[in-house]
Write a protein that binds this ligand. Structure first.
Ligand code: DQA
Length: 145
């Protein structure tokens, strides 16, 4: 089974970007840990990051056609603005889990609304990198039936 982990804008800066909010680990550290978990669960994992809304949409559209069973997505700031990412996810038939490192509900009010949550099957916020692990573990467990 295939799972795509998508990281949105500015998440390439993890580790140095507002570490008090987003933690000290880099995106590469987080992805490497996820690769190990996926391998153990026999899932084929792909991790991608983009600062560009259109590229994220292209990746979601590709996932729709290549047999990807689930998308774990941290759309970052596009969470709060992007109807286009919501539309792309609505065209994807697999499982969608939305992850935020920080607890967006405890922050500025513009972060309280998520377009992506209108589609997501599950949402994790405020658990830092463990949020990605929770999402991946949930998928692996659910697939075991
Ligand atoms: C974020 C929260 C968003 O509001 C913010 O724009 C981000 C990261 C998070 O992971 O906590 O870039 O998605």
């Amino acid at each position: 089974r295939k799972v795509l982990v998508l990281h949105g804008p500015n998440l390439n800066l993890l580790g140095t970007r507002q570490p008090e909010i987003y933690g000290h680990e880099t995106l590469e550290d987080i992805n490497n840990q996820l690769y190990r978990v996926a391998e153990r669960g026999n899932w084929e994992l792909t991790c991608r990051q983009s600062n560009h809304e259109g590229e994220l949409i292209d990746l979601i559209q590709a996932a729709r056609l290549d047999g990807t069973a689930a998308i774990i997505i941290n759309p970052a700031a596009y969470t709060h603005t992007s109807v286009a990412i919501l539309d792309a996810l609505n065209a994807f038939e697999g499982t969608v889990i939305e992850v935020h490192l920080s607890n967006v509900h405890k922050r500025e009010s513009f972060r309280h609304h998520s377009y992506v949550s209108l589609r997501a099957d599950g949402v994790v916020a405020g658990l830092g990198k463990q949020g990605y692990h929770a999402a991946l573990d949930a998928l692996i467990e659910a697939a075991k039936g």
